[in-house]
Design a binder for this molecule. Sequence first.
Ligand code: GTP
Ligand code: MG
Ligand code: ZN
Length: 385
Amino acid sequence: MTFSSDDAFSQQPFSLRQFSLQELGWRAEFAQSLTLDDLEAGFPARVAAVHRDRYVLLAECGELEAVLPGRWREDAEAILPTVGDWVLVEQEQPRLLRVLPRHSLIERMAAGEAAMTQAIAANIDTLFITTSCNADFNPARLERYLAMARTAGVAPVIVLTKADLAADVAAYEAEVHKLGADLPCVALNATEPAALDALRPWLEAGQTVAFSGSSGVGKSTLVNTLAGRELQATGAIREDDAKGRHTTTGRELVACVHAGDVAWLIDTPGMRELRLGEADAGLEDTFADVLTLAQDCHFRDCLHEAEPGCAVQAAIVAGELEERRLLSWRKLARESAHAREALWQRHAREQKTGRLYKRIQNDKRAQKGNVDLAHRSRDRSDDKG
Ligand SMILES: Nc1nc2c(ncn2[C@@H]2O[C@H](COP(=O)(O)OP(=O)(O)OP(=O)(O)O)[C@@H](O)[C@H]2O)c(=O)[nH]1
Ligand SMILES: [Mg+2]
Ligand SMILES: [Zn+2]
């Protein structure tokens, strides 16, 4: 972890550079969640990296490591910290006390059968949805990322890398424009320092941004360019299909210092597949065109298939809406509904097991109480005797 070369501290090892709470991205709303007791017991720090139960943290006193209390892992309901989180650390020993309320959380459904969400990053202001001006470009995948970002309360920006290698960058930009007229889109060469100027509007002091997208699109290359140092490993892509080799495997906060301002970058591993969690809120924004048209359908519960008076189908026939948009919305809405149902069922199951566990504990305690009482009455009768 280091900072860009235009900063006076840039040649110092990271641990020597200390950041103020403001520089680390601290906000008034985090302070409001702390009580006087909290501040007596601990101090705030930001999670820079997670290695199993070991957390690398950045605090005003510098970089430190802390561990997770064991009981957090056992508690299915516990909120486990992720990169970007603010946590309270015990004064006496490097142990986490709790996670402060997040202003945003990017998450997806975890791989595997269990209905679990996987946190990607917390307290992010902007998600740079990264794709390349080549075979990686896929509007349906971008819509997936857009829904994820907006559900998380994070502003999305589409970053088109490898503009230096493409014959017609404007064609890619035009495709992005179809996903929303107001959606910011930046085409760049991730290996060139000019990329910093292009992304600077989102890198103001105290801002935190994350990069997501498929393997090989240049997320780590961009992070290195913005940080001014080769911090993240990068890897060449396959020539035939432009696919990357999954070079990055972890997530980490990297400082981007320019003109004395500090912003924070989070590189992420390229995703093979992004399965949406419950994402209805994000889908509403991402498919505003489809949903606005749907308000004019004759039937309120129109499925936009072959119903008479369907405004969505009429727009497709008139060439005003791409059929691809309707199909994409339908697919993601189904996925979101499925995730909501699965998460709800798991929650209900866990509550039930939780209640059962508590009842067993209570029964045990009650039995123990009876034994204690029996002992006491026997003691008393002994006294008498
Ligand atoms: N010419 C050119 N090459 C680029 C650009 N961006 C990335 N590359 C190259 O693309 C390859 C993959 O870049 P990485 O930064 O490793 O990609 P990544 O998105 O971090 O990939 P994962 O870590 O596997 O998810 C490297 O060889 C980079 O040098 C760009 O804008 N222009
Ligand atoms: Mg990478
Ligand atoms: Zn309809």
